[in-house]
Design a binder for this molecule. Structure first.
Ligand code: NAD
Length: 359
């Protein structure tokens, strides 16, 4: 049976990956530091499974990571642990540099040392999948799609830290022939999504009759992928992807933010009618600094080479997601009450940039 080490498995996508792998009979070791974004409740359905283990570790702690490799002997690594919220990166980038760049470096070196100690078929089969984002490519105008050869042009501290980590992984594959693969995925949505991100924030604010904040004019476009489709893609890429290659992952589901919010409101009007239409709660707020206009992924390589297809389209996935939040208050209530109540993040103070640079 395959042994897969997952980092960041208590997060949104990582927990979907763990649930998918454990359900497929794979042995999983989930390594997670449990930052504000890590939540073991997302793993309640698997945490008693004999093929699932959890270790609370920081990926920057290289000796501890090396020991985890030695004890677990992974065949595959799916590296997701990261700071992931653009708004938080705008007002506090330290953790992004530390975890996303230094943490990936630590993972690469621990994994390479382990791989060098392997022999024969074990060494041949070892793979390290680095999970990245389409945000490394920067912003698109109205036309075009990101392909794997699109030049990197990150614009937020988050995307710059992810781009830096992608470059480290590519260099390790090139220089050391380390068997790494990179995936770059578009925006995910679905169950167990921390309520600071657009879709869960809008669902929960709407349920509570609170304003639904939409940045700028709401015309920024994202290409939405249901998280379980991403989890299947990652399993496929780590199992069959070619060493040193990149694979874009996306569902061909571009939507303007305002249309995403209106769709959620329409579903809630049907499932949980209120005195007034939920769309009356929409409030346009000052835009995010440096907000990228449009992301859109061309996933042809993944589809043609590895036979992956998204199973959900946006309409089916968003309906499932809204229903999940309505049915699973046990999961989100403690987060809303104790960790994050929906306040605005990522707003800069009005200190002029020159004054800030000059100290
Ligand atoms: N969410 C998206 O739409 C999206 C899209 C494409 C790619 N990605 C990438 O996928 C990965 C997972 O994203 P997510 O949305 O699930 O993020 P998330 O914020 O929900 O989860 C991140 C997890 O990493 C853990 N973590 C953070 N720092 C750590 C450290 N130093 N050591 C160990 N664990 C640590 C957290 O506790 C948390 O469980 C990230 O690398 C992200 O860049 C996300």
């Amino acid at each position: 049976m395959r042994n897969v080490l997952v980092t960041g498995g208590a997060g949104f996508i990582g927990s979907a990956v763990c649930r998918h792998l454990v359900g497929s009979g794979v042995n999983v070791l989930n390594i997670d530091k449990l930052t504000y974004a890590g939540n073991l409740a997302s793993l309640a359905s698997v945490d008693n499974a004999p093929n699932y283990r959890f270790a609370r570790l920081d990926i920057c702690d290289r000796p501890a990571i090396a020991e985890a490799f030695r004890a677990f002997e992974p065949d595959h690594v799916i590296h997701l642990a990261a700071e992931s919220h653009v708004d938080r990166s705008i007002t506090g980038s330290d953790a992004f540099i530390e975890t996303n760049i230094m943490g990936t470096f630590s993972m690469l070196e621990a994994a390479r040392a382990f791989w060098l100690g392997l022999a024969g078929a074990k060494r041949e089969a070892f793979r390290f999948l680095h999970v990245s984002t389409d945000e490394v490519y920067g912003s698109l105008d109205d036309e075009g799609l990101f392909v794997e050869t699109t030049p990197y042009d990150p614009s937020s501290p988050y995307s710059a830290s992810k781009a830096a980590s992608d470059h480290l992984v590519s260099a390790w594959a090139h220089t050391y022939k380390f068997p790494a693969v990179i995936s770059n995925c578009s925006n995910n949505y679905g169950p167990f999504h921390f309520p600071e991100k657009l879709i869960p924030l809008v669902i929960l604010n709407a349920v509570h009759g609170k304003p639904l904040p939409v940045y700028g004019a709401g015309t920024n476009i994202r290409d939405w992928l249901y998280v379980e489709d991403h989890a299947r893609a990652l399993d496929l890429i780590v199992s069959r992807g070619r060493i040193g290659e990149k694979y874009n992952v996306g569902g061909r589901n571009e939507r303007r933010n305002i249309d995403v919010v209106r769709t959620i409101c329409a579903i809630l009007d049907r499932l949980r009618p209120a005195a007034r239409p939920h769309a009356d709660l929409i409030t346009f707020v000052t835009d995010r600094p440096g907000h990228d206009l449009r992301y859109a992924i061309d996933a042809t390589k993944l589809e043609q080479e590895l036979g992956w297809r998204a199973l959900e389209n946006f309409d089916s996935g968003i309906e499932k997601t809204v229903r999940w939040y309505l049915d699973n208050e046990w999961w989100w209530r403690p987060l809303r009450d104790k960790v994050y109540a929906g306040e605005r993040l990522g707003v800069l103070s009005d200190v002029p940039a020159t004054a800030a640079i000059g100290g």
